[in-house]
Design a protein around this ligand. Structure first.
Ligand SMILES: [Zn+2]
Length: 443
């Protein structure tokens, strides 16, 4: 059933131009996906809401857009060069490569191959360390290589700009720096659909505080980020839960960490992590760069390295959660209706306009006029390429909250039929009231 639901969601995403396979005409690349016309819009809406909530509407958070390619020393300081590795083992029989911690352990040194069920003796076939970062040559010549890395998290761009931001904006603690951007991890374990990708996008805030305020700020961010998913993105509360990390699963730098998990079609998994990273990152960048990363508190004349709370969300996972949560199948007159019950402000189009008959020029003209008037204020679409029932189904599948139909009577009474996506109720309203009606729906 879960498998079934997942494949239905993947199929809808492809059919309705949300998500396509990356480099697909050449056979594709594992764990690389492209966003189609509707997917690009939904993804942008999610990012816009996040950015607006934290950067535009809060005075203590500043935005940043740092580069993807970073200096090797950044990752010496962050620990990624040494520690960001998987232990991989090759199956001697089928030659497939696996993360050893993902294999079934039979006994000491003996593992079972997931692919062909042969036994893998790890004392003979020794696991090898594999760094998950993508390395690239940033030198002008091939023969004198100079390596840079594609960042594995947007966070490092924030830490390496901490002094720049502090000195140029004169912000006082507490304050945050927020960034949305791509990050790259050469994952061997490939995930379900867009859950685990080699190229993905993050929305991260590094919120700098005095050490004594860290515990309180951490609590604040855990609650704030949980609420964001329900209030801003309309995800149902019963599909979200908090999971605090046990001490032994914490990353080496983290003092505490809580995951916000979503009930994905394949089970509960991490949507976002909120971590108290202490002063690990800034301390390490100060050590490796030999640049002073202290914050000077004028009131107390004290110098110290701030602590940081990091709410780190995945854009693609959020997209996946939003679509999964909105996906509904309903029985209508003995047929299955697929409907995306997206929060109206997330939908690609706020409204769709159809003429009931496309061979009546006066109807088409009025419908197009209504469409253009809406389009000035709200994203909308016009469609006359099918019978009305088919046009409704198409809009239901992409989550358009309102459909407006212009019929022969509209020409005399100046009214249209407006249909609600979720209730399928139809109402007759005058043309002058359309914009008001949409506004009330999507606000
Ligand atoms: Zn095998």
């Amino acid at each position: 059933m879960a498998e079934d639901r997942l494949s239905k969601i993947v199929s809808l995403c492809r059919r309705r131009s949300f998500v396509f396979g990356g480099s697909e005409i050449y056979g594709g690349l594992s764990s690389i996906w492209d966003y189609g016309p509707l997917g690009a819009r939904l993804k942008k809406r999610i990012k816009d809401i996040w950015w607006d909530t934290y950067v535009e509407k809060k005075e203590d958070i500043l935005g940043l857009d740092s580069s993807i390619i970073m200096h090797e020393d950044v990752f010496k300081a962050s620990g990624h060069l040494e520690g960001f590795t998987d232990s991989l083992v090759d199956c001697p029989k089928c030659k497939k490569r696996f993360r050893i911690d993902k294999l079934e352990k039979i006994s000491e040194n003996l593992y079972r191959c997931t692919e062909c069920s042969s036994e893998i003796d790890s004392s003979k076939h020794k696991p090898r360390k594999f760094n998950l970062m993508l390395k690239t040559n940033v030198s002008a010549t091939e023969d004198e290589p100079n390596f840079g890395y594609l960042r594995p998290e947007t966070a490092q761009g924030i830490f390496t700009n901490f002094i720049n931001v502090l000195n140029s904006t004169h912000k006082k603690l507490p304050f945050g720096i927020a960034q949305i951007g791509k990050a790259f991890r050469n994952e061997v374990t490939t995930g379900s659909f867009i859950f685990r990708m080699k190229e993905f996008e993050q929305m991260e805030i590094e919120y700098f505080v005095k050490p004594e305020d860290a515990a309180r700020a951490y609590e604040y961010w855990v609650n704030e980020r949980f609420d964001f998913y329900t209030s801003k993105l309309g995800i149902r509360k019963e599909n979200l839960r908090l999971r605090e990390h046990e001490k032994d699963e914490l990353a080496h730098y983290a003092k505490s960490c809580t995951d916000i998990e979503y009930n994905f079609p394949f089970g509960w998994s991490e949507l976002e992590g909120i971590a108290n990273r202490g002063n690990f990152d800034l301390t390490e960048h100060a050590r490796v760069s030999k640049k002073d990363h202290n914050y000077f508190n004028e009131a107390t004349r004290e110098k110290f390295i701030p602590y940081v709370i990091e709410p780190s969300a995945g854009v693609d996972r959020t997209f996946f959660a939003v679509i999964s949560d909105a996906y509904h199948e309903e029985e209508v007159n003995g047929k299955t209706r697929v409907v995306l019950k997206l929060k109206p402000n997330l939908a690609a189009n706020c409204a769709a306009v159809f003429p009931l008959l496309k061979n009546k020029p006066e109807l088409v003209e009025l419908a197009k006029k209504i469409f253009y008037d809406i389009k000035v204020k709200f994203p909308a679409t016009y469609d006359d390429t099918g019978a009305i029932g088919k046009l409704y189904r198409r809009q239901d599948e992409i989550g358009t909250p309102l459909c407006i139909t212009v019929d022969v009577e509209s020409l005399t009474d100046n009214k249209v039929t407006i249909r609600d996506r979720d209730t399928m109720k139809q109402e007759r309203i005058s043309v002058e009231k359309i914009l008001e009606y949409i506004e009330a729906k999507v606000k």
